[in-house]
Design a protein. Structure first.
Length: 114
């Protein structure tokens, strides 16, 4: 039987994908991060993370509404992190970035201890 946290993880992923199937809204911070010359993250890469990525962190108490951090793979198999929040009519992409090996373990899912 699934634990409460496993149920919440499946629930947020379902909500993320259902909202994204309706519409994806890129918030200004996400657009700025995507267009940074050292990143150049495409909307196709974001869609791949949203529909095929894995949940890294769940933020049910986020001030912006329930959100989560997802990991997926972009062009050239580069790791991508996407923070998103499902809404009734759309998925809000809050930010996206290339995770740093100084902050993340090689699995890109575990934060390094400080």
């Amino acid at each position: 039987m699934p634990t409460d946290s496993e149920f919440q993880e499946r629930d947020i992923l379902t909500r993320v994908r259902e909202a994204a199937a309706k519409r994806i809204l890129f918030l200004p911070h996400a657009v700025n991060q995507m267009n940074s010359p050292d990143r150049m993250i495409s909307t196709e890469e974001i869609r791949a993370v949203v529909f095929h990525g894995v949940l890294v962190e769940n933020y049910p108490e986020d001030a912006r509404g329930h959100s989560c951090l997802m990991l997926g793979w972009g062009e050239g198999d580069r790791p991508l992190h996407v923070v998103c929040a499902p809404k009734a009519d759309y998925l809000a992409i809050i930010t996206t970035y290339l995770p740093s090996s100084t902050q993340w373990e090689p699995d890109w899912q575990t934060r390094r201890q400080r």
